[in-house]
Design a protein around this ligand. Structure first.
Ligand SMILES: Cc1cc2nc3c(=O)[nH]c(=O)nc-3n(C[C@H](O)[C@H](O)[C@H](O)COP(=O)(O)O)c2cc1C
Length: 206
């Protein structure tokens, strides 16, 4: 089982975070979760999280069922730079920022380490562990593109929130699972979140 740091920042696409958390936790993995202020806001606005009435675990059970209790969920405050995940000596199997805002992308590209998300990402890069950044913005300006180049050169994987349609998605959850599945593959986690591409029908019919 893996130990994965998951950060949710203030970009649209809380669904992607939800589907990844469902996949990791129901698979029995350990999740170290950090929400930025706007990441929390978007969990409320887009996914219906009610922080005044429920804990994150209760929310995820309400959304996805008891199966998510197979894993362990630990939440950290974005303001707490003394947390375990702020240190390279705390061993994890990688970090995913999903969705990743342009502001957090910039902070990581420039090594600001201003909050726990930026610091944990900086640590993951310096320890040469897997960092996956699900950046979401459109259109992209030259600053965005240069920052994506900088984090890629530093070892991160930019996995834009760009679901595909060849697997014939029927629901929003299918779209979310496509991104969650691509993330799991990069983390070395087996999954069946979407049907694999096995070649075009046209080429097999010829
Ligand atoms: C409803 C809403 C949607 C947003 N969507 C995006 C987005 O898709 N991409 C992005 O880069 N920023 C988006 N933003 C702006 C970020 O939330 C803002 O830059 C924030 O400071 C990011 O901080 P964080 O990375 O610490 O969460 C959005 C803001 C709001 C209120």
């Amino acid at each position: 089982m893996k130990e994965i740091v998951v950060a949710v920042t203030g970009a649209s696409g809380a669904l992607y975070a939800g589907r990844l958390l469902r996949a990791l936790l129901s698979g029995g993995h350990g999740v170290h979760l950090v929400l930025s202020k706007y990441g929390r806001y978007l969990l409320r606005e887009e996914l219906g999280f009610r922080p005044d009435q429920e804990t994150l675990t209760e929310f995820l059970i309400r959304l996805y069922g008891e199966e998510i209790t197979a894993g362990t969920l630990r939440e950290y405050s974005v303001a707490d730079q003394s947390s375990a995940i702020a240190s390279g000596s705390f061993d994890t199997d990688g970090m995913v920022i999903v969705p990743c805002s342009i502001k957090t992308l910039s902070g990581i590209a420039h090594g600001h380490a201003e909050n726990l998300i930026e610091r944990a990402a900086d640590v993951v890069l310096k320890e040469r562990r897997r960092l996956i950044m699900v950046v979401r913005e459109t259109p992209l300006n030259l600053i965005h593109l240069r920052n994506m180049t900088a984090v890629t050169e530093a070892g991160a994987v930019v996995l834009p929130a760009m679901p595909a349609f060849y697997q014939q998605p029927q629901t929003f959850d299918d779209l979310g699972d496509f991104i969650a599945g691509r993330i799991c593959s990069l983390l070395g986690i087996q999954h069946a979140l979407f049907p694999r591409w096995t070649g075009s029908k046209a080429s097999t019919e010829q």
